[in-house]
Structure formats: structure tokens, C-alpha cells
Write a protein that binds this ligand. Structure first.
Ligand code: ADP
Length: 440
């Protein structure tokens, strides 16, 4: 980055110097050219109005020698015949009636032109003035061409360029260092949330990086906690199974107790299986977002199928489950919809009182699918309502375990809801009951 900024600064500097030099050369050459023209005009007019000079010209033009440095004077007759030239022998000179400056002077009194000389280094400036006797007096001078001016100043330009580039290199080094210092500070203090970046343009970027950083740390912690929780949850039934088996092996159990111990081994094994099923399911939903496929499903039809099995569970606990549903078509994953209904209803049955009720409603409201599971069970304390969606979080651990809960049901529900971009809300009052609403 530093190198790139330096390089760019250098490119801009060189470009600026070259452009300025070219522009200045053109501007100054324009001024210089105008000055040459003005001087030439003045000279022409002065000579023309100097009587003695004009008389000299008329009397003995061939012998007149004018020693005016770099000034060529030509006297031309009205028909174009050259009568005098201070530079070239007039015998060698052709008729000048075709020269634009002469034609212009004959027509309008004065004329001027700039012509490139045979060398590229010089330009010739001509000024012609009509005299009262019908002849034309022409003065001319040579001046350096723009190329010549440019070439002459070229070594100077190169020297200036070299010095400026040298100064810029040093300045650019310090400038980029100074420019990049706040960025370096931000990078070094990413973890320090009290540090506000000096450049306000960096604030959103720093926020994003910090929140990503926090998310990474948080999800690492969640995973760590999850692994610890899983090990703990698996250990309890396995320890029980191993203990019972060891007692049977050591013949510490008499015949009457064998059946009871076998039932305990079976109960704990089943618990393990359910737990493992839930763990696998959760990690599938967690990782398998790319395999997540939706199709048009009727939530009402899925719920009606689930109700049959849920009724059996409800009956066992002396809970009444009722269903009010109407056609509710939406784009969703059918397996996940079944899991969603089952998990919510099983909880409503499990955390209920004998004689309690569970009401399941499915309907379409303003084009939106709505699933409501309401019970008049034990309810959830206000301060724990957020936490019940965490993995392995249970309000009453012993009740959950006793009733076959794994502590993962609502975590799975939350994931499914998020995957479907749905909205979940929970209303619950301790001792009165719970209502969970999902809007698709
Ligand atoms: P679990 O397998 O223990 O039921 P969940 O993730 O499904 O795990 O639920 C987490 C906790 O939330 C439960 O242990 C229970 O304490 C509480 N809970 C869930 N649903 C209800 C409900 N309908 N009524 C009261 N408490 C509930």
C-alpha cells in the first residue's frame, strides 16, 4: 500500500511538472511572438515615417547598406519588383507580388505574416506597409521557434524534474507514513472497543470487523460450550447403564430386581438414542444450509398428520390437544415443518398440568402463514424466556429429563425459523401458560 501510494504520488508529480512546462512554454511563446510582431510593426512604421531614410532609399537604393542587426528591410514596387533588400542581392530576387503580406499591404495598407524558415529552429516574421507613393516597405526578422525554445530549456526542465522528484520522494515517504499511521493504529487495536478510528471513513469498516470478530469468538464459545454439554449429557445415561450392567455382572442383583435393572438400562439407552438423534439433527440444520430445499407445502395437512401421534402423547399425560386449522400453503421444507410442529406441541404437552389443554392453530392471515401453539401449562419465568432457545438450556432440568426432554427442541425450532426467514414470538406467564407464534 505504501509503495503504491508513493508510486501514485510520483506519477502525479511528474505529470504535473510536464503539463505545467508544456502549458507555460505555449503561453510564454505566445507572449514572445506578440512582442516580436509589435516590435517589427513599430520598426516598420518608424522607418517609413523617417523622411531621411526614405529619401536614401529613393536616391540610391542599391548602394544603401543598413546595418540593423537581424532586421531585413525590403522595398517593393507596386508591381512586385524588389527595389531594395538589405540582405540579398535584388538581382537574384523574384517578383514579390505573390507574397501574402505584400498583397495585404497593397489592398489594406499593411500586412503581416509569420513563416517557418527552412530550419525548424527559426520562424520569420514579416510586416509590410504601403507607402504614399504606392510602393511597399517590408521589414522582417527571425525569431526562435517554439521547438527551439523548448529544446533550449530541456536540460533545465530535466534538472528541475530531477530535483522535484527527489523532494517529492522524501515528502511522499513521510506523508504516506503519516497517512497510514491511523490505519496501523486501528489494526493493532482492533480488540479495544474504546479506540475510535481517526479517519471517520474507517468507522463502518472497524465496526464490521469488530462485530465479525465478536461473532467468531462467540460462536467458538458456543461450540466449546456445546461440546462440553454434549459430553456431560451423554455421560449421565452411559454411567447409569455401565453401573447397572456391572451390578448384574457381579451378581449383586437378585432375580426380582433384574427386570427393573434391565428396564433402567433400556430407558437410559433410549434416552441416549433420542439425545444423539437431536444432536445430529441440530448439526445437520446448522451446517446444511446449502442443502436446504423448500417447496410448496400445506402446513395444515402436515399438522393434521402430526396430531394423531401427539394426541396419544397428550392422552398419556391427561392433556387435551385441539387443532384449528385451515389450508395454509407456503414455501417451506416439509420435514422441518413437521419437526417444528412436533417440538412445540411436545413441549406444550410436557410442561403442562394434568387436565390442561393445548391449542394448535394454523391459518393464513393477510397472505401470511401463521402457526400458534398455546397451552395453559406451567409457563416460563420472564427472565428465562430468551434463554430457553439456547442449546441444553432447561428451566426445570429434572422435569425435562423425567419427561424425555433433551434441551435441544427449542434450539432446533429457532434454527428452522431462521432458515425460513420467519418470525418467532413467545408470550408466557409463570403458572398460566405459554403461547408460541410463528409468522411465515
Ligand atoms: P426440552 O427438551 O428440555 O424440552 P427445549 O429446548 O424444547 O428442551 O425447551 C427448553 C426449555 O424451555 C424446557 O426445558 C422447558 O423448561 C422450557 N419450555 C419449553 N416449552 C415450554 C412450554 N410450552 N411451557 C413451559 N416451559 C417450556
Amino acid at each position: 500500500m505504501k509503495k503504491k501510494i508513493n508510486q501514485r504520488l510520483m506519477e502525479i508529480t511528474i505529470l504535473a511538472i510536464v503539463m505545467t512546462t508544456i502549458c507555460m512554454t505555449f503561453v510564454y511563446y505566445g507572449i514572445y511572438q506578440n512582442q516580436v510582431k509589435k516590435d517589427l510593426q513599430m520598426m516598420g512604421k518608424t522607418l517609413s515615417s523617417t523622411k531621411s531614410f526614405y529619401q536614401e532609399l529613393q536616391n540610391q537604393p542599391s548602394s544603401l547598406k543598413l546595418g540593423i542587426n537581424n532586421l531585413r528591410i525590403t522595398w517593393i514596387d507596386a508591381d512586385g519588383t524588389v527595389l531594395y533588400d538589405n540582405d540579398i542581392d535584388i538581382g537574384d530576387m523574384e517578383n514579390h507580388s505573390d507574397r501574402p503580406e505584400v498583397q495585404e499591404a497593397l489592398a489594406s495598407g499593411e500586412g503581416e505574416i509569420v513563416r517557418n524558415s527552412h530550419t525548424m529552429n527559426q520562424k520569420n516574421f514579416y510586416y509590410a506597409l504601403l507607402q504614399s507613393d504606392g510602393t511597399v516597405l517590408r521589414v522582417a526578422t527571425g525569431a526562435r521557434s517554439i521547438l527551439n525554445v523548448f529544446m533550449n530549456s530541456f536540460p533545465m526542465i530535466i534538472m528541475v524534474l530531477f530535483v522535484v522528484v527527489l523532494i517529492c520522494t522524501v515528502l511522499a515517504h513521510f506523508l504516506t507514513k503519516q497517512l497510514l499511521l491511523p490505519i496501523k493504529n486501528v489494526v493493532e487495536n482492533l480488540d479495544d472497543t474504546t479506540q475510535i478510528p481517526e479517519y471517520k471513513e474507517l468507522v463502518p469498516l472497524v465496526h464490521t470487523i469488530r462485530s465479525q470478530h465478536e461473532n467468531i469468538l462467540m460462536s467458538a464459545k458456543v461450540r466449546q460450550d456445546f461440546t462440553a454439554n454434549v459430553s456431560h449429557e451423554l455421560k449421565t445415561p452411559l454411567t447409569a447403564i455401565s453401573g447397572y450392567a456391572e451390578m448384574i455382572e457381579n451378581k449383586m442383583v437378585d432375580e426380582n430386581q433384574t427386570i427393573h435393572f434391565s428396564q433402567e438400562i433400556k430407558r437410559n439407552s433410549n434416552r441416549l438414542l433420542v439425545l444423539i438423534d437431536d444432536i445430529i439433527r441440530l448439526s445437520e440444520i446448522d451446517n446444511g444450509e446449502s442443502n436446504f430445499v423448500t417447496k410448496e407445502v400445506d402446513l395444515d395437512r402436515i399438522a393434521r398428520v402430526c396430531m394423531k401421534e401427539l394426541k396419544v402423547q397428550a392422552d398419556k399425560r391427561d392433556v387435551t390437544i385441539t387443532y384449528h386449522g385451515s389450508k395454509c400453503v407456503l414455501m417451506a421444507n416439509p420435514t422441518m415443518m413437521r419437526e417444528l410442529i412436533q417440538n412445540l406441541c411436545e413441549n406444550a404437552i410436557r410442561y403442562n398440568n394434568s387436565g390442561g389443554y393445548v391449542e394448535v392453530t394454523i391459518k393464513e392471515e393477510q397472505g401470511q402463514g401463521l402457526l400458534i401453539v398455546k397451552d395453559n401449562g406451567i409457563g416460563i419465568p420472564k427472565d428465562q424466556q430468551e434463554r430457553v432457545f439456547e442449546r441444553f438450556y432447561r428451566v426445570d432440568k429434572s422435569r425435562s429429563k423425567r419427561t424425555g426432554g433433551t434441551g435441544l427442541g427449542l434450539a432446533i425450532v429457532k434454527h428452522i425459523v431462521e432458515l425460513h426467514d420467519a418470525k418467532l414470538s413467545l408470550i408466557s406467564e409463570l403458572g398460566k401458560g405459554t403461547e408460541i407464534r410463528i409468522e411465515f
